[in-house]
Design a binder for this molecule. Sequence first.
Ligand code: BGC
Length: 385
Amino acid sequence: MSKKFPDGFLWGASTASYQVEGGIENNDWAQAAREGQVPPAGIACDHYNRYEEDFDIAQSLHLSSQRIAIEWARIEPEEGVFDEKELQHYKKVVQAIRARGMEPFVTLWHFTLPLWFVKKGGFTHREAPETFARYCARVVEHLGEDVTFYSTMNEPMVWIGNGHVSGIWPPFKKNILNFFTLPNRLILAHKNAYKIIKNNFSHTKIGVTKNNIVFQEFGFHKVFKIDVLLEWFWDGRFHSAIKNHQDFIGINHYFRVVLGSTHSKKECPRSDFGWELNPRTLYAALMELKKYNVPVYVMEHGLADRNDTHRAWFITESLQGVHQAIQEGVDVRGYSHWSLLDNYEWAEGFTMRFGLTAIDYEHNQKRTLRESAKVYAKICKENAL
Ligand code: BGC
């Protein structure tokens, strides 16, 4: 029997500005690329110019939502100076999404930062939370009624971990203490943005898009309850801190972390990234959010799978878990697959292929739908598994 999703459930695909747009030179990642520390993004998918074509693809997949990010460095290239032309560009982008019958989900900050902001000390600078909130409010004001859903930020803990603890992303800091101090700065930045947006633009719904890992403990390790501690540290702490400053929870989920041995005979297949493809963990990640009692949107979930060997079954089986979580009382209102297009995968450059649509970087960024996209499109069309 087919498994129906609730009426109005939003089916989408996600992207982020620096990963797809191309032509961005004034942020910290572009600077790091010039210094040879990370791969250059170049023109990426040229989505900045080809967004209409890309949203046609999304529409052909029967998607009802589309997640994008705004590039802060485009909007505010110098401190306090806002670029009207770029604001207008994003206005056209969200209108192109709406014109195709899709709900735009807009992320205001997805990992990359303007150079002037970084030079001032980034989020550790005294005024940073206000500066961030001012930028957010300017964008929301400009996009007006065309956008309801905003995430102030994407994956704060991943950004801290990779950029400030393990030091593999800009600004390449290696200090474990940042795991304890920086979340508070980002929480403050989010709260400031939330307040200013909600006070001035009451039509909006604001959240944070959080990467949540499922920690599972097996064998004798269980007695230590380290999974509970890690779950709080990585997932729960941020959610609890902003629980009175959010209208929904956005969650990105990719994999679990296993502590101890599962003693399971059956190994799950792995993505090109080496990440375990266990379709049950999305369900577990969603169940952890039940206690917050707010609507939940899956904003990212996906896999690097260049040959498209696993994408179709992994999506389908993971969605069984989304359906089950809804049956068991989690108010999940949407699922957005990562990603609409192959794109720039941060430190990995263009090697990892997460797209429902393949991009041929050698041949003018030619777009080709992968077979798995058709399987996903059928689910979206029927709103059922
Ligand atoms: C990020 C994306 C990234 C994806 C796959 C998430 O951590 O939000 O920017 O491409 O995972 O690694």
